[in-house]
Ligand binder design. Structure first.
Ligand SMILES: [Zn+2]
Length: 242
């Protein structure tokens, strides 16, 4: 599939934990970076409650991964791992980040109920902040100009979080990024020792790719219809093969 130039486009990607973005949508971000997009990662905790790795190790792993994507990364001050909850304070904090970075596209985990609550809450925080960022007179955001992103897309962090009712799935062909995606996920060494998380992500992308007639694909979701600019863009799309 032909890549479309993304020079000048900005993507703001949210994760609850230091490895969420790379495992969930890292291949899509590598593809965007290769097309010229500017990427910023926002990680809402340092994974300090995880069974493996420490706060400092996991922070360093995420920084290394962001560097590999050519992305900037921020760790805003929050309640921390397992304690993320979508309240007004953190939502406004994230909305401010959106108004400062002014993304074209926002990426966040799906809000599926049956998963790590931090992923679900990060979905709610990003979704609500994306809305408040565009409202002209949101109290607490007055010092920054409103910003309306073009679209908010959700990504699957883990296998049990796949899909959410009412969302429209979109497959992104990431076949030419698979090798680099493996390298990117391997940045999170503290998380890949006991469970083969990398193989899980790769096999899911492979299965989605086969269904679409390419090697590997990553699934994103939109909450509403996705508008294409022209029939020419539609011609670059491809439906299921089976
Ligand atoms: Zn996570």
């Amino acid at each position: 599939m032909q890549s479309v130039a993304m020079t000048g486009k900005k993507i703001l990607a949210f994760g609850a934990h230091p490895d969420d973005i790379e495992f969930g949508c890292g291949a899509a971000l590598l593809s965007a970076a290769a097309s010229g997009a500017t990427i910023e990662c926002v990680v809402l905790s340092k994974g300090e409650a995880g069974t493996h790795g420490s706060r400092s190790v996991r922070e360093e792993e995420a920084i290394q991964a962001a560097e590999m994507m050519g992305a900037t990364i921020q760790f805003p001050s929050t309640a921390g791992d397992t304690r993320l909850r979508a309240g007004l304070e953190i939502t406004l904090q994230v909305a401010k980040m959106m108004r400062r970075f002014r993304p074209d596209i926002v990426l966040a985990p799906t809000g599926h109920a049956n998963q790590h609550p931090d992923h679900r809450e990060t979905c709610r925080i990003a979704r609500d902040a994306n809305r408040l960022a565009r409202y002209g007179k949101t109290p607490g955001l007055e010092t920054l100009d409103p910003h309306a992103s073009q679209a908010l897309f959700f990504y699957d962090v883990s296998s049990e979080a796949v899909g959410s009712e009412g969302l429209t799935p979109i497959l992104v062909d990431v076949s030419d990024q698979v090798d680099r995606w493996v390298e990117l996920m391997e940045c999170h060494k503290s998380q890949t020792g006991n469970v083969d998380y990398i193989a899980l992500q790769l096999s899911r992308a492979r299965a989605l790719g086969i269904q679409a007639g390419v090697h590997s694909a990553v699934r994103l979701y939109s909450e509403g219809p996705v508008l294409l600019g022209s029939m020419a863009e539609l011609c670059a799309a491809r439906g299921p093969r089976f």
